[in-house]
Unconditional design. Structure first.
Length: 376
């Protein structure tokens, strides 16, 4: 959050010209901004892919009963923001390209805000949000692959498929050391970049091939010793404290010079902001309410409806992934700035509103008699 604010301040300071110039300086075949968005973010997507695989095979999404509520809520939380955006921009075919921007939830920011409440919110609610956001990330990856892919280079695509096949062979051979996967992962990134599919998806493709468990029957095999766990643990801090802040600083900078207040009311800006705030709330809370009322699922244990509503609002914090999709959807820097304003507005309102509702509902929950809480 601090880095995003720093980017906005820099973009509107005497350093603005240098800020935008440096981002477009070429280092080899790509500009600095492309290295950040295509290469560094591939590592971010590798981390996302590892989390998705671990949760599905050995975590909170390992059984269908655990997937139903967060999975349906994630689907609603993607569909309704997209519909909200399309409704506001239905008369502008060019703007419709950005329909997926408000569908994304930033798992780090949303969980970060929820974690500030500590024991005042039940652990089941944090698990629900984490599972929902991970499924949301999977949906975002699929959307990028299907709808934001340029013209395909079939030769490079075949090469990428061949490398990916070799990575799966490593997996089936129970190769436990990481360097062969990472070495071929670098080759995979180059081929995916050349194929026309967005290069960051190479990170997800690589993650799917990293083994989660050691050879069965090995007595000393512990979960933390599996290649997937080792790589995920190794990436956590660099991704959180280096890659995401660099991405935020390089892409959140919006020059406000020449912008009028009318920008905040434009259909594109309001479609993004409203999609994150209203669309996410209606989609997530509406689907949860429907499933619970139909008896198909239960609320997270010891969570109140107010806490679920606050969590649904936090799903509207779409910073990292929304910015990323916005850059893929539009090439015009002016339109990109309007998208960024919408994302920052929507994420800020969602975060603040969600925190306020969680504060009020958690206080009410703690004031209830202990016997009522146990019964609930």
């Amino acid at each position: 959050m601090a880095v995003a604010l720093l980017a906005i301040v820099t973009a509107n300071s005497p350093l603005a010209e240098d800020y935008f110039h440096i981002l477009h300086v070429y280092i080899g075949p790509l500009s600095l901004q492309h290295w950040i968005n295509d290469a560094l973010m591939a590592v971010f997507f590798l981390m996302v892919g590892l989390e998705i695989k671990r949760e599905i095979l050995d975590g909170q999404l390992s059984t269908w009963s655990r997937r139903v509520l967060p999975g349906a809520a994630a689907a609603g939380g993607m569909a309704f923001p997209a519909l909200f955006y399309i409704l506001l921009n239905r008369d502008n075919p060019a703007a419709l390209q950005g329909w997926a921007i408000p569908t994304a939830t930033d798992i780090a920011f949303a969980l970060g805000v929820l974690s500030l409440f500590g024991s005042r919110v039940p652990a089941s609610l944090k698990i629900f949000l984490a599972a929902l956001a991970i499924i949301d990330d999977l949906g975002a990856v699929i959307v990028i692959a299907l709808f934001y892919t340029a013209d395909l280079n079939l030769f490079a695509l075949m090469g990428a498929a061949l490398v990916w096949g070799n990575l799966f062979i490593f997996n089936k051979m129970k190769v436990k050391v990481l360097w062969p996967y990472l070495a071929l992962g670098g080759v995979l990134w180059v081929l995916v970049f050349a194929s026309g599919v967005h290069a960051t998806l190479a990170g997800v493709m690589l993650a799917l091939t990293i083994p989660l468990k050691l050879t069965p029957g090995t007595p000393e095999a512990m979960p933390d010793e599996s290649p997937l766990h080792r790589l995920e643990h190794a990436l956590h801090k660099p991704v959180a404290f280096i890659i995401v802040p660099i991405f935020g600083f390089a892409n959140a900078g919006v020059s406000l010079s020449g912008l009028s207040f009318s920008v905040f009311g434009e259909p594109l800006t309001m479609g993004v902001a409203g999609g994150l705030v209203i669309g996410k709330l209606v989609g997530v809370l509406g689907i949860v309410t429907l499933l619970v009322k139909l008896g198909l699922a239960q609320l997270p244990a010891q969570a109140s409806w107010g806490q679920v509503a606050g969590t649904a609002l936090l799903c509207g914090i779409g910073f990292t992934m929304s910015l990323f999709i916005g850059l893929l959807a539009f090439n015009d820097p002016v339109v990109q700035d309007h998208v960024k304003i919408g994302i920052l507005m929507g994420s800020l309102v969602s975060g603040v509103a969600g925190a306020v509702i969680l504060t009020v509902s958690s206080r009410r929950q703690s004031d209830r008699p202990q016997s009522d809480q146990v019964a609930a």
